[in-house]
Design a protein around this ligand. Structure first.
Ligand SMILES: [Zn+2]
Ligand SMILES: [Zn+2]
Length: 134
């Protein structure tokens, strides 16, 4: 059995597929229920209003949205922060300016790699970084 520190509360726990200890999993389920119930009542709420009313951090709410557990289709005023600059968005994981900038950086990296093969390693890092943002 593998033992590790829970990334959320820092306690030691037996590692599992969900990457959180049992207590935190339960807490997150409760947080999700609170958010979902609040949004059922207050369809026009923003992420900050949900966070204030439920005590759930906007970061965690963002995670629920990304996981598809909270649907933005029913919540016209809900949005979550861009992963890079924090501007509020409703689709993808980052805003358009950040995506354009990243696309440009990838294009430049690709152009350089045809000239200089020594730089390949750093381009791989760029691709990995991009993968994270999908
Ligand atoms: Zn925990
Ligand atoms: Zn951005």
């Amino acid at each position: 059995m593998n033992i590790g520190n829970c990334p959320r509360c820092g306690r030691l726990y037996a590692l599992n597929l969900r990457e959180l200890c049992g207590d935190c999993q339960k807490e997150i389920e409760q947080e999700y229920t609170r958010c979902a119930e609040y949004l059922r009542e207050e369809k026009g709420a923003t992420i900050h209003q949900v966070s204030d009313a439920t005590g759930v951090s906007s970061k965690q709410i963002t995670r629920f949205i990304r996981e598809g557990r909270i649907s933005l289709l029913d919540a016209p005023n809900m949005a979550y922060p861009c992963e890079l600059c924090g501007v509020l968005i409703r689709e993808n994981s980052m805003c358009n300016p950040c995506r354009n900038r990243l696309t440009k950086e990838i294009r430049e990296a690709t152009t350089h790699s045809t000239k200089d093969t020594n730089q390949n390693r750093s381009h791989e890092a760029t691709y990995k970084a991009v993968d994270r943002y999908r």
